[in-house]
Design a protein around this ligand. Sequence first.
Ligand code: SAM
Length: 483
Amino acid sequence: MGNSIAHHDNASIEWEAVWGRYGALMDDLPAAIAAAQRPLPVGFWVNPLKAPVVPETLAALRALGVDCTSIPWMPGAFRSLHWVAPGHTLPFFAGWCYVQEEIAMTAIAALDPQPGDRVLDLCAAPGGKTAQIALRVGDTGCVLANERNPGRMASLTATIARLGLTNVITTQADGRELALLPGSFDRILVDAPCSGEGTLRRRKQPKPWNSTHSQRIAAVQRRLLDRALTLVKPGGVVVYSTCTFAPEENEAVIDAVLGDRGGLESFDLPTLHGQPGQDHWQGQTYRGDLRHAQRYWPHLNDTGGFFVARIRRADTQIPNSPPAQSIADPLAMPWTPTSPLQELSRRFGLPVSQLEANSLCWTTGQRRQWLTSAHCIPPATLAPQTLGIPLATQTPRGLKPTTAFLQRFGPHIQQNRVMLDTLTQVETFLQGRSQALASTAIATEGYVHVGYGPYHLGCGWYQHNRLQSQIPKTLQWVKPQKS
Ligand code: SAM
Protein backbone atom coordinates (compact mmCIF):
# COMPACT_ATOMS: atom_id res chain seq x y z
CA MET A 1 0.00 0.00 0.00
CA GLY A 2 2.76 2.42 1.06
CA ASN A 3 4.62 1.65 -2.18
CA SER A 4 1.59 2.28 -4.34
CA ILE A 5 0.98 5.68 -2.74
CA ALA A 6 4.65 6.53 -3.22
CA HIS A 7 4.38 5.41 -6.86
CA HIS A 8 1.26 7.48 -7.39
CA ASP A 9 2.91 10.53 -5.85
CA ASN A 10 5.99 10.14 -8.02
CA ALA A 11 3.82 9.77 -11.09
CA SER A 12 1.85 12.90 -10.17
CA ILE A 13 5.04 14.86 -9.68
CA GLU A 14 6.19 13.72 -13.12
CA TRP A 15 2.89 14.88 -14.66
CA GLU A 16 3.08 18.19 -12.87
CA ALA A 17 6.56 18.77 -14.26
CA VAL A 18 5.36 18.09 -17.79
CA TRP A 19 2.11 20.05 -17.54
CA GLY A 20 3.46 22.87 -15.43
CA ARG A 21 3.52 25.18 -18.46
CA TYR A 22 -0.26 24.83 -18.78
CA GLY A 23 -1.01 25.69 -15.15
CA ALA A 24 -2.18 29.15 -16.18
CA LEU A 25 -4.53 27.74 -18.85
CA MET A 26 -6.07 24.89 -16.87
CA ASP A 27 -8.73 25.33 -14.19
CA ASP A 28 -7.74 22.31 -12.10
CA LEU A 29 -4.29 20.83 -12.66
CA PRO A 30 -4.60 18.07 -10.00
CA ALA A 31 -7.92 16.90 -11.53
CA ALA A 32 -6.35 16.84 -14.99
CA ILE A 33 -3.40 14.83 -13.69
CA ALA A 34 -5.69 12.39 -11.88
CA ALA A 35 -7.77 11.90 -15.08
CA ALA A 36 -4.64 11.38 -17.15
CA GLN A 37 -3.65 8.45 -14.97
CA ARG A 38 -6.99 6.62 -15.25
CA PRO A 39 -7.59 4.12 -18.09
CA LEU A 40 -9.14 5.73 -21.15
CA PRO A 41 -12.70 4.57 -21.97
CA VAL A 42 -13.00 2.97 -25.43
CA GLY A 43 -14.95 5.19 -27.82
CA PHE A 44 -16.62 3.70 -30.89
CA TRP A 45 -19.42 4.35 -33.37
CA VAL A 46 -21.77 2.10 -35.28
CA ASN A 47 -21.53 1.92 -39.08
CA PRO A 48 -25.06 2.26 -40.50
CA LEU A 49 -23.92 0.90 -43.90
CA LYS A 50 -23.19 -2.54 -42.46
CA ALA A 51 -24.48 -2.97 -38.92
CA PRO A 52 -28.05 -3.88 -38.11
CA VAL A 53 -30.09 -1.25 -36.27
CA VAL A 54 -28.31 0.15 -33.21
CA PRO A 55 -30.20 -1.83 -30.50
CA GLU A 56 -29.36 -5.11 -32.29
CA THR A 57 -25.73 -4.08 -32.68
CA LEU A 58 -25.47 -3.17 -29.00
CA ALA A 59 -27.13 -6.48 -28.06
CA ALA A 60 -24.46 -8.34 -30.09
CA LEU A 61 -21.75 -6.36 -28.28
CA ARG A 62 -23.36 -7.01 -24.89
CA ALA A 63 -23.30 -10.74 -25.68
CA LEU A 64 -19.52 -10.32 -25.98
CA GLY A 65 -19.38 -8.62 -22.57
CA VAL A 66 -19.17 -5.08 -23.99
CA ASP A 67 -21.33 -2.72 -21.95
CA CYS A 68 -21.53 0.84 -23.18
CA THR A 69 -23.28 4.15 -22.80
CA SER A 70 -24.16 6.56 -25.59
CA ILE A 71 -22.16 9.73 -26.21
CA PRO A 72 -24.89 12.38 -26.02
CA TRP A 73 -23.38 14.90 -28.44
CA MET A 74 -22.52 12.38 -31.21
CA PRO A 75 -25.41 10.29 -32.59
CA GLY A 76 -24.53 6.60 -33.05
CA ALA A 77 -21.39 6.84 -30.87
CA PHE A 78 -20.71 5.06 -27.58
CA ARG A 79 -18.13 4.62 -24.83
CA SER A 80 -17.24 1.44 -23.02
CA LEU A 81 -15.08 0.70 -20.01
CA HIS A 82 -15.13 -3.02 -20.74
CA TRP A 83 -14.00 -3.54 -24.34
CA VAL A 84 -10.58 -5.11 -23.97
CA ALA A 85 -9.69 -6.25 -27.51
CA PRO A 86 -12.20 -4.65 -29.90
CA GLY A 87 -10.26 -5.67 -33.02
CA HIS A 88 -10.70 -9.39 -32.37
CA THR A 89 -14.50 -9.57 -32.51
CA LEU A 90 -16.99 -10.37 -35.25
CA PRO A 91 -18.78 -6.98 -35.11
CA PHE A 92 -15.43 -5.30 -35.74
CA PHE A 93 -14.36 -7.75 -38.47
CA ALA A 94 -17.68 -7.38 -40.28
CA GLY A 95 -17.31 -3.57 -40.27
CA TRP A 96 -20.21 -2.89 -37.91
CA CYS A 97 -18.22 -0.42 -35.84
CA TYR A 98 -15.13 1.77 -35.72
CA VAL A 99 -13.11 2.30 -32.54
CA GLN A 100 -12.06 5.92 -32.18
CA GLU A 101 -10.88 8.21 -29.38
CA GLU A 102 -14.11 9.83 -28.26
CA ILE A 103 -12.86 13.39 -28.05
CA ALA A 104 -11.46 13.22 -31.60
CA MET A 105 -15.07 12.96 -32.83
CA THR A 106 -15.49 16.66 -31.97
CA ALA A 107 -13.64 17.50 -35.20
CA ILE A 108 -16.50 15.97 -37.20
CA ALA A 109 -19.14 17.65 -35.07
CA ALA A 110 -17.43 20.98 -35.85
CA LEU A 111 -17.01 20.19 -39.57
CA ASP A 112 -20.69 19.19 -39.77
CA PRO A 113 -20.56 17.62 -43.27
CA GLN A 114 -23.87 17.67 -45.16
CA PRO A 115 -25.34 15.20 -47.67
CA GLY A 116 -23.91 15.86 -51.13
CA ASP A 117 -20.84 17.78 -49.90
CA ARG A 118 -17.45 17.35 -51.54
CA VAL A 119 -14.99 17.17 -48.64
CA LEU A 120 -11.20 17.00 -48.43
CA ASP A 121 -9.56 15.25 -45.47
CA LEU A 122 -6.03 16.58 -45.83
CA CYS A 123 -4.24 14.34 -43.28
CA ALA A 124 -6.39 11.25 -43.25
CA ALA A 125 -4.72 8.04 -41.95
CA PRO A 126 -5.87 5.84 -40.29
CA GLY A 127 -9.19 7.18 -41.53
CA GLY A 128 -11.63 7.36 -38.60
CA LYS A 129 -12.65 10.91 -39.42
CA THR A 130 -12.65 10.21 -43.18
CA ALA A 131 -15.17 7.46 -42.48
CA GLN A 132 -17.41 9.68 -40.36
CA ILE A 133 -17.38 12.32 -43.09
CA ALA A 134 -18.15 9.73 -45.79
CA LEU A 135 -21.15 8.45 -43.85
CA ARG A 136 -22.53 11.96 -43.50
CA VAL A 137 -22.05 13.14 -47.11
CA GLY A 138 -23.64 9.90 -48.37
CA ASP A 139 -23.85 8.61 -51.92
CA THR A 140 -24.43 12.04 -53.44
CA GLY A 141 -21.25 13.39 -51.84
CA CYS A 142 -17.58 12.45 -52.06
CA VAL A 143 -14.54 12.51 -49.78
CA LEU A 144 -10.97 12.91 -50.96
CA ALA A 145 -8.80 11.40 -48.22
CA ASN A 146 -5.17 12.37 -48.52
CA GLU A 147 -2.20 11.09 -46.53
CA ARG A 148 1.48 11.85 -47.03
CA ASN A 149 3.06 8.93 -45.23
CA PRO A 150 3.16 5.83 -47.50
CA GLY A 151 3.48 3.60 -44.42
CA ARG A 152 0.12 4.86 -43.11
CA MET A 153 -1.79 4.53 -46.40
CA ALA A 154 -2.51 0.84 -45.70
CA SER A 155 -4.39 1.68 -42.50
CA LEU A 156 -6.45 4.28 -44.38
CA THR A 157 -7.42 1.99 -47.26
CA ALA A 158 -8.14 -0.88 -44.82
CA THR A 159 -10.58 1.36 -42.91
CA ILE A 160 -12.39 2.32 -46.13
CA ALA A 161 -12.64 -1.31 -47.28
CA ARG A 162 -13.72 -2.68 -43.89
CA LEU A 163 -16.44 -0.08 -43.48
CA GLY A 164 -17.55 -0.42 -47.14
CA LEU A 165 -17.18 3.27 -48.06
CA THR A 166 -17.73 3.59 -51.80
CA ASN A 167 -17.66 7.41 -51.71
CA VAL A 168 -14.00 7.87 -50.70
CA ILE A 169 -11.04 8.44 -53.02
CA THR A 170 -7.56 8.29 -51.54
CA THR A 171 -4.43 10.10 -52.64
CA GLN A 172 -0.90 9.91 -51.30
CA ALA A 173 0.64 13.39 -51.43
CA ASP A 174 2.06 16.13 -49.28
CA GLY A 175 -0.97 18.14 -48.15
CA ARG A 176 1.10 21.32 -48.23
CA GLU A 177 1.29 21.08 -52.00
CA LEU A 178 -1.81 19.19 -52.99
CA ALA A 179 -2.24 19.65 -56.74
CA LEU A 180 -5.92 20.56 -56.81
CA LEU A 181 -7.79 23.58 -58.08
CA PRO A 182 -8.53 26.39 -55.62
CA GLY A 183 -12.07 26.45 -54.27
CA SER A 184 -12.75 22.76 -55.06
CA PHE A 185 -14.29 21.67 -51.74
CA ASP A 186 -17.32 22.52 -49.61
CA ARG A 187 -15.46 21.54 -46.43
CA ILE A 188 -11.92 20.61 -45.50
CA LEU A 189 -10.59 18.88 -42.40
CA VAL A 190 -7.00 19.58 -41.34
CA ASP A 191 -6.47 17.03 -38.56
CA ALA A 192 -2.86 18.04 -38.38
CA PRO A 193 0.23 16.07 -37.36
CA CYS A 194 1.18 17.39 -33.92
CA SER A 195 3.23 16.67 -30.83
CA GLY A 196 0.40 14.48 -29.49
CA GLU A 197 0.23 15.62 -25.87
CA GLY A 198 -3.50 14.80 -25.77
CA THR A 199 -2.95 11.10 -26.46
CA LEU A 200 -1.31 10.81 -23.02
CA ARG A 201 -3.88 8.43 -21.55
CA ARG A 202 -3.22 5.84 -24.23
CA ARG A 203 0.52 6.04 -23.60
CA LYS A 204 0.05 5.98 -19.80
CA GLN A 205 2.87 8.43 -19.25
CA PRO A 206 3.39 12.13 -19.86
CA LYS A 207 5.11 13.27 -23.04
CA PRO A 208 7.22 16.34 -22.34
CA TRP A 209 6.58 19.25 -24.67
CA ASN A 210 9.64 19.96 -26.78
CA SER A 211 10.08 23.45 -28.15
CA THR A 212 12.30 22.53 -31.12
CA HIS A 213 9.99 19.72 -32.25
CA SER A 214 6.93 21.90 -31.76
CA GLN A 215 8.38 24.74 -33.83
CA ARG A 216 9.24 22.35 -36.64
CA ILE A 217 5.79 20.80 -36.64
CA ALA A 218 4.07 24.22 -36.38
CA ALA A 219 5.77 25.21 -39.66
CA VAL A 220 4.15 22.17 -41.34
CA GLN A 221 0.80 22.91 -39.67
CA ARG A 222 0.81 26.50 -40.97
CA ARG A 223 1.37 25.35 -44.54
CA LEU A 224 -1.33 22.65 -44.29
CA LEU A 225 -3.88 25.15 -43.02
CA ASP A 226 -2.81 27.66 -45.65
CA ARG A 227 -3.39 25.08 -48.41
CA ALA A 228 -6.80 24.19 -46.98
CA LEU A 229 -7.83 27.86 -47.00
CA THR A 230 -6.96 27.96 -50.70
CA LEU A 231 -8.72 24.72 -51.64
CA VAL A 232 -12.00 25.39 -49.83
CA LYS A 233 -14.64 27.31 -51.78
CA PRO A 234 -15.70 30.84 -50.75
CA GLY A 235 -18.07 30.55 -47.79
CA GLY A 236 -16.93 26.95 -47.12
CA VAL A 237 -15.77 25.49 -43.79
CA VAL A 238 -12.27 24.45 -42.70
CA VAL A 239 -11.79 22.62 -39.41
CA TYR A 240 -8.33 22.69 -37.87
CA SER A 241 -7.75 20.13 -35.11
CA THR A 242 -4.86 18.58 -33.19
CA CYS A 243 -4.51 16.18 -30.28
CA THR A 244 -2.13 18.52 -28.51
CA PHE A 245 -2.53 21.29 -25.93
CA ALA A 246 0.29 23.64 -26.92
CA PRO A 247 -1.04 27.03 -28.14
CA GLU A 248 2.08 27.15 -30.36
CA GLU A 249 0.51 24.36 -32.48
CA ASN A 250 -3.07 25.59 -32.24
CA GLU A 251 -4.01 29.25 -31.75
CA ALA A 252 -0.63 30.53 -32.98
CA VAL A 253 -0.94 28.53 -36.22
CA ILE A 254 -4.41 29.87 -37.02
CA ASP A 255 -3.43 33.40 -36.01
CA ALA A 256 -0.41 33.33 -38.33
CA VAL A 257 -2.25 31.97 -41.37
CA LEU A 258 -5.88 33.09 -41.44
CA GLY A 259 -5.67 36.87 -41.84
CA ASP A 260 -8.74 38.26 -43.61
CA ARG A 261 -9.42 35.00 -45.46
CA GLY A 262 -12.07 34.00 -42.93
CA GLY A 263 -13.16 33.95 -39.30
CA LEU A 264 -13.69 31.45 -36.52
CA GLU A 265 -17.18 30.23 -35.67
CA SER A 266 -18.50 28.54 -32.56
CA PHE A 267 -19.90 25.01 -32.75
CA ASP A 268 -22.37 23.92 -30.18
CA LEU A 269 -21.91 20.54 -28.52
CA PRO A 270 -24.42 20.26 -25.69
CA THR A 271 -23.20 18.36 -22.62
CA LEU A 272 -19.53 18.48 -23.68
CA HIS A 273 -17.27 20.67 -21.59
CA GLY A 274 -14.56 22.58 -23.41
CA GLN A 275 -12.40 25.58 -22.73
CA PRO A 276 -12.48 28.53 -25.17
CA GLY A 277 -9.36 29.06 -27.27
CA GLN A 278 -6.77 31.57 -26.06
CA ASP A 279 -6.32 35.10 -27.38
CA HIS A 280 -2.94 35.38 -25.68
CA TRP A 281 -0.14 33.10 -24.54
CA GLN A 282 3.30 33.77 -23.09
CA GLY A 283 3.42 37.40 -24.16
CA GLN A 284 1.85 36.82 -27.60
CA THR A 285 -1.58 38.25 -28.48
CA TYR A 286 -3.79 36.40 -30.95
CA ARG A 287 -6.97 37.31 -32.86
CA GLY A 288 -10.04 37.62 -30.64
CA ASP A 289 -12.31 35.18 -32.50
CA LEU A 290 -10.02 32.31 -31.39
CA ARG A 291 -12.25 32.18 -28.30
CA HIS A 292 -14.68 30.22 -30.55
CA ALA A 293 -12.15 27.36 -30.71
CA GLN A 294 -12.31 24.67 -28.02
CA ARG A 295 -9.60 22.96 -25.99
CA TYR A 296 -10.66 19.75 -24.27
CA TRP A 297 -8.68 18.74 -21.20
CA PRO A 298 -8.88 15.10 -20.04
CA HIS A 299 -10.66 15.81 -16.76
CA LEU A 300 -13.47 17.88 -18.30
CA ASN A 301 -15.20 14.92 -19.97
CA ASP A 302 -13.06 11.90 -18.93
CA THR A 303 -11.44 11.68 -22.38
CA GLY A 304 -8.08 12.31 -24.04
CA GLY A 305 -7.07 15.87 -24.93
CA PHE A 306 -7.97 17.72 -28.15
CA PHE A 307 -8.15 21.15 -29.80
CA VAL A 308 -10.72 22.08 -32.49
CA ALA A 309 -11.35 25.29 -34.44
CA ARG A 310 -14.06 25.82 -37.06
CA ILE A 311 -13.18 28.44 -39.66
CA ARG A 312 -15.63 29.92 -42.17
CA ARG A 313 -13.86 30.95 -45.39
CA ALA A 314 -14.68 34.53 -46.38
CA ASP A 315 -17.33 34.68 -49.07
CA THR A 316 -15.03 36.30 -51.61
CA GLN A 317 -13.58 34.86 -54.78
CA ILE A 318 -10.29 33.04 -54.42
CA PRO A 319 -7.65 34.32 -56.84
CA ASN A 320 -7.34 31.91 -59.70
CA SER A 321 -3.87 30.74 -58.71
CA PRO A 322 -2.55 27.52 -60.23
CA PRO A 323 -2.28 24.38 -58.07
CA ALA A 324 0.88 24.19 -55.97
CA GLN A 325 2.56 21.59 -58.15
CA SER A 326 2.34 20.74 -61.82
CA ILE A 327 -0.89 19.10 -62.89
CA ALA A 328 -0.54 15.38 -63.50
CA ASP A 329 -1.61 14.24 -66.96
CA PRO A 330 -5.04 12.74 -66.32
CA LEU A 331 -4.56 10.40 -69.30
CA ALA A 332 -1.57 8.90 -67.57
CA MET A 333 -3.83 7.70 -64.76
CA PRO A 334 -4.09 3.93 -64.70
CA TRP A 335 -7.83 4.16 -63.88
CA THR A 336 -10.38 3.40 -66.57
CA PRO A 337 -14.12 2.82 -66.28
CA THR A 338 -15.19 -0.81 -66.63
CA SER A 339 -18.23 -3.00 -65.90
CA PRO A 340 -17.73 -6.34 -64.21
CA LEU A 341 -21.05 -6.12 -62.40
CA GLN A 342 -22.98 -8.36 -64.84
CA GLU A 343 -20.66 -11.28 -64.13
CA LEU A 344 -20.88 -10.80 -60.34
CA SER A 345 -24.61 -10.44 -60.62
CA ARG A 346 -24.95 -13.76 -62.48
CA ARG A 347 -22.90 -15.58 -59.84
CA PHE A 348 -24.53 -14.07 -56.75
CA GLY A 349 -28.02 -13.06 -57.94
CA LEU A 350 -27.37 -9.40 -57.17
CA PRO A 351 -29.79 -6.71 -58.38
CA VAL A 352 -27.34 -5.47 -61.01
CA SER A 353 -29.55 -2.75 -62.50
CA GLN A 354 -29.83 -1.09 -59.10
CA LEU A 355 -26.08 -1.44 -58.49
CA GLU A 356 -25.19 -0.09 -61.93
CA ALA A 357 -27.47 2.92 -61.56
CA ASN A 358 -25.80 3.97 -58.31
CA SER A 359 -22.19 2.99 -58.88
CA LEU A 360 -19.16 3.29 -61.10
CA CYS A 361 -16.61 0.56 -61.66
CA TRP A 362 -12.96 1.26 -62.35
CA THR A 363 -10.02 -0.88 -63.26
CA THR A 364 -6.31 -0.55 -62.54
CA GLY A 365 -3.98 -2.41 -64.87
CA GLN A 366 -5.40 -5.68 -66.21
CA ARG A 367 -6.76 -7.23 -63.09
CA ARG A 368 -8.05 -5.08 -60.24
CA GLN A 369 -11.55 -3.62 -60.24
CA TRP A 370 -12.92 -0.94 -57.88
CA LEU A 371 -16.39 0.29 -57.02
CA THR A 372 -17.42 3.86 -56.22
CA SER A 373 -20.74 5.54 -55.78
CA ALA A 374 -21.89 7.36 -58.92
CA HIS A 375 -20.92 10.84 -57.67
CA CYS A 376 -17.39 9.89 -56.66
CA ILE A 377 -15.29 11.05 -59.61
CA PRO A 378 -11.50 11.29 -59.19
CA PRO A 379 -9.92 14.74 -59.52
CA ALA A 380 -8.45 15.48 -62.95
CA THR A 381 -5.17 16.75 -61.49
CA LEU A 382 -4.09 14.08 -59.04
CA ALA A 383 -3.64 10.34 -59.52
CA PRO A 384 -5.66 8.42 -56.90
CA GLN A 385 -4.34 5.50 -54.87
CA THR A 386 -7.78 3.92 -54.41
CA LEU A 387 -11.29 4.61 -55.68
CA GLY A 388 -14.04 3.49 -53.31
CA ILE A 389 -13.73 -0.15 -52.29
CA PRO A 390 -11.91 -2.97 -54.07
CA LEU A 391 -14.53 -4.90 -56.07
CA ALA A 392 -12.94 -7.91 -57.74
CA THR A 393 -9.75 -9.34 -59.25
CA GLN A 394 -9.45 -11.20 -62.52
CA THR A 395 -7.89 -14.63 -61.72
CA PRO A 396 -7.26 -17.79 -63.77
CA ARG A 397 -10.30 -19.26 -61.95
CA GLY A 398 -12.53 -16.36 -63.01
CA LEU A 399 -13.56 -13.05 -61.49
CA LYS A 400 -12.87 -13.16 -57.76
CA PRO A 401 -15.02 -10.77 -55.68
CA THR A 402 -13.28 -9.09 -52.77
CA THR A 403 -14.18 -9.62 -49.15
CA ALA A 404 -14.88 -5.87 -48.93
CA PHE A 405 -17.49 -6.08 -51.72
CA LEU A 406 -19.17 -9.25 -50.39
CA GLN A 407 -19.35 -7.85 -46.86
CA ARG A 408 -20.87 -4.59 -48.09
CA PHE A 409 -23.42 -6.11 -50.48
CA GLY A 410 -23.89 -9.39 -48.58
CA PRO A 411 -27.49 -8.62 -47.59
CA HIS A 412 -28.47 -8.52 -51.31
CA ILE A 413 -26.79 -11.81 -52.24
CA GLN A 414 -29.30 -14.49 -53.27
CA GLN A 415 -27.15 -17.47 -54.29
CA ASN A 416 -23.78 -19.14 -53.81
CA ARG A 417 -23.80 -18.22 -50.17
CA VAL A 418 -22.27 -20.53 -47.56
CA MET A 419 -23.53 -20.12 -44.00
CA LEU A 420 -21.19 -21.40 -41.29
CA ASP A 421 -22.76 -23.14 -38.28
CA THR A 422 -20.20 -22.91 -35.50
CA LEU A 423 -17.66 -20.48 -34.08
CA THR A 424 -14.94 -23.08 -34.70
CA GLN A 425 -15.78 -22.96 -38.43
CA VAL A 426 -15.74 -19.16 -38.30
CA GLU A 427 -12.30 -19.10 -36.65
CA THR A 428 -10.92 -21.55 -39.22
CA PHE A 429 -12.30 -19.35 -42.00
CA LEU A 430 -10.95 -16.11 -40.50
CA GLN A 431 -7.55 -17.72 -40.00
CA GLY A 432 -7.41 -18.17 -43.78
CA ARG A 433 -7.60 -21.98 -43.69
CA SER A 434 -9.49 -24.62 -45.62
CA GLN A 435 -12.19 -26.87 -44.08
CA ALA A 436 -14.62 -29.61 -45.00
CA LEU A 437 -18.27 -28.62 -44.80
CA ALA A 438 -21.33 -30.82 -44.40
CA SER A 439 -23.57 -31.02 -47.44
CA THR A 440 -25.78 -28.28 -45.93
CA ALA A 441 -23.65 -25.74 -47.77
CA ILE A 442 -25.71 -24.88 -50.82
CA ALA A 443 -23.39 -23.53 -53.48
CA THR A 444 -22.01 -24.44 -56.86
CA GLU A 445 -18.27 -24.77 -57.34
CA GLY A 446 -16.50 -21.40 -57.41
CA TYR A 447 -16.23 -18.22 -55.40
CA VAL A 448 -18.83 -17.95 -52.64
CA HIS A 449 -20.03 -15.48 -50.07
CA VAL A 450 -19.50 -16.76 -46.53
CA GLY A 451 -21.67 -15.72 -43.59
CA TYR A 452 -22.34 -16.63 -39.97
CA GLY A 453 -25.64 -15.62 -38.39
CA PRO A 454 -26.02 -11.86 -39.02
CA TYR A 455 -22.33 -11.45 -39.99
CA HIS A 456 -21.18 -11.15 -43.60
CA LEU A 457 -17.63 -12.49 -43.43
CA GLY A 458 -16.29 -12.43 -46.99
CA CYS A 459 -15.01 -14.51 -49.88
CA GLY A 460 -14.34 -18.26 -50.02
CA TRP A 461 -13.63 -20.83 -52.75
CA TYR A 462 -16.02 -23.76 -52.61
CA GLN A 463 -15.30 -27.11 -54.28
CA HIS A 464 -16.10 -30.77 -53.44
CA ASN A 465 -17.70 -29.81 -50.11
CA ARG A 466 -14.55 -27.96 -49.02
CA LEU A 467 -14.37 -24.28 -48.27
CA GLN A 468 -11.05 -22.52 -48.82
CA SER A 469 -10.94 -19.13 -47.13
CA GLN A 470 -10.05 -16.21 -49.42
CA ILE A 471 -9.78 -13.69 -46.58
CA PRO A 472 -6.82 -11.39 -47.36
CA LYS A 473 -3.73 -12.05 -45.24
CA THR A 474 -3.91 -8.57 -43.72
CA LEU A 475 -7.37 -9.30 -42.27
CA GLN A 476 -6.79 -12.86 -41.10
CA TRP A 477 -7.06 -13.70 -37.42
CA VAL A 478 -3.91 -15.22 -36.03
CA LYS A 479 -4.21 -18.85 -34.93
CA PRO A 480 -3.50 -19.11 -31.16
CA GLN A 481 -0.06 -20.62 -30.42
CA LYS A 482 -0.09 -23.99 -28.60
CA SER A 483 1.55 -23.53 -25.18
N1 SAM B 1 -7.42 12.21 -39.30
C1 SAM B 1 -6.81 10.95 -38.93
C2 SAM B 1 -7.89 10.06 -38.30
O1 SAM B 1 -8.85 10.55 -37.74
O2 SAM B 1 -7.77 8.83 -38.41
C3 SAM B 1 -5.61 11.15 -38.01
C4 SAM B 1 -4.58 12.04 -38.65
S1 SAM B 1 -3.07 12.15 -37.76
C5 SAM B 1 -3.45 13.22 -36.48
C6 SAM B 1 -2.11 13.15 -38.82
C7 SAM B 1 -1.72 12.46 -40.12
O3 SAM B 1 -1.12 13.44 -40.96
C8 SAM B 1 -0.70 11.36 -39.97
O4 SAM B 1 -1.19 10.19 -40.56
C9 SAM B 1 0.52 11.86 -40.75
O5 SAM B 1 1.23 10.83 -41.41
C10 SAM B 1 -0.13 12.80 -41.74
N2 SAM B 1 0.74 13.87 -42.28
C11 SAM B 1 1.86 14.40 -41.73
N3 SAM B 1 2.35 15.37 -42.54
C12 SAM B 1 1.53 15.45 -43.60
C13 SAM B 1 1.51 16.26 -44.79
N4 SAM B 1 2.46 17.16 -45.02
N5 SAM B 1 0.52 16.05 -45.69
C14 SAM B 1 -0.45 15.12 -45.46
N6 SAM B 1 -0.47 14.33 -44.36
C15 SAM B 1 0.50 14.49 -43.45
